[in-house]
Design a protein around this ligand. Structure first.
Ligand SMILES: NC(=O)c1ccc[n+]([C@@H]2O[C@H](COP(=O)([O-])OP(=O)(O)OC[C@H]3O[C@@H](n4cnc5c(N)ncnc54)[C@H](O)[C@@H]3O)[C@@H](O)[C@H]2O)c1
Length: 341
């Protein structure tokens, strides 16, 4: 790896390290020889055993340190920065999920707003070379113009989750402006893959198939005007982050935002058929989900579609794993991990 920001003697702090993206990024950085400090509160929003299994993979590396802690605890975050002096910080800890933000809005304020504020304050008093943080494609709300570009108007979020992510971008901009913190926000577009998040649709569909239950598809059963999603394979997300870590912004206010998406939206029904095929292949038999069609859920958006021009310009890379390839890796992992063969 060429970037001096990723040398073994430099500490990279990853929050949310037991999470789907955090764990995959930590593994990649450890494989590259970096030193990684991972923080996670291991909350039970979804199966804690899966978070522990991800951690087990990380603790086998000598250069990995795990701290069980909560980023909404200011003293704990300060202590962490004082002790480990990270030069690169990747903030992935957050309360994720659009639908759950209608059920438990407080969790989003606590982790995404208070927690992120603590990270920014820590970067203010313990200067870093690069802060990377997770935003989300959900900031685009119900925007009609596609593909979504980073310069598009994003002041009409349709869920509290999206509001917290847009707030993170504003907060990071202010801190970069005031204290010259080099910061990069990443708008991830529906990330999927092995060891993924059980609360996401593709994972839930697979669970329900093995439980012998029908799946609910929230697209009004309207295949002509089906929902479109830009599904992004986990390795592409990790590759994008790793490349960006080594290229902090050098603008007067050193803050910028990138989309990381597949730049190729798929109809929800196409994605579901590809998942049936991948599971069929993993199991060696035909797989058909029993499907129930329901109205679109409040807070959900009809389409997501990332422009990746800015990312490509900055680091010469854009995600390109096709869904059948990515879903096959997910299906093979699922069948093996849950002993379904
Ligand atoms: N996966 C996606 O499709 C997607 C899309 C857009 C944005 N994002 C964002 O990317 C980031 C990572 O997402 P993910 O899919 O890996 O989610 P995840 O839920 O698997 O990972 C987040 C991790 O953070 C931890 N965490 C939550 N609150 C915390 C707190 N207050 N203190 C310490 N740890 C805490 C959780 O225990 C979890 O392990 C999140 O910020 C999410 O909002 C993800």
């Amino acid at each position: 790896m060429k970037s001096t920001l990723l040398a073994p003697n430099q500490v990279c702090l990853i929050t949310g390290a037991a999470g789907f993206i955090g764990h995959a990024l930590a593994r990649r950085l450890l494989d590259e020889g970096c030193t990684v400090v991972g923080v996670d509160n291991l909350n039970d929003y979804y199966d804690v055993k899966l978070k522990q299994a991800r951690l087990t993979q990380l603790t086998s590396y000598e250069r990995f340190v795990f701290i069980k802690g909560d980023i909404s605890d200011k003293a704990a975050v300060d202590g962490l920065f004082a002790e480990y002096k990270p030069k690169v910080v990747v903030n992935l800890a957050a309360q994720a999920g659009v639908r759950y933000s209608l059920e438990n809005p407080g969790a989003y304020i606590q982790s995404n707003i208070v927690g992120f504020f603590n990270i920014l304050e820590a970067c203010r008093y313990h200067p870093v070379d690069h802060l990377i943080y997770a935003s989300s494609s959900s900031v685009y709300g119900a925007n009609k113009k596609v593909p979504f570009e980073e310069s598009d108007f994003v002041d009409h979020p349709v869920s509290l989750y999206a509001s917290t992510k847009k707030s993170n971008e504003l907060m990071a901009h202010t801190y970069s402006h005031l204290y010259q913190i080099p910061a990069t926000g990443l708008r991830f577009f529906t990330v999927y893959g092995p060891m993924g998040r059980p609360d996401m649709a593709y994972f839930g569909f697979t669970d329900r198939y093995f439980a012998g239950k029908p799946i609910s598809i929230f697209n009004n059963g309207d295949f002509e005007n089906d929902l479109y999603r830009d599904f992004t394979y986990i390795d592409d997300i990790v590759e994008g982050i790793v490349r960006l870590i080594g290229t902090p912004p050098e603008t007067i206010v050193p803050h910028r935002v990138f989309n990381i998406g597949n730049n190729r939206p798929e109809k929800l029904m196409t994605f579901i058929e590809a998942l049936e095929k991948a599971l069929g292949h993993a199991l060696g038999k035909e797989v058909r989900f029993e499907k129930k069609f329901e109205p679109i859920k409040p807070g959900d958006v009809p389409a997501t579609y990332a422009s990746t021009d800015l990312l490509q310009e900055a680091v010469g890379f854009k995600p390109q794993t096709p869904i059948d390839e990515g879903l096959q890796k997910f299906a093979d992992w699922y069948v093996d991990y849950y002993n379904k063969s």
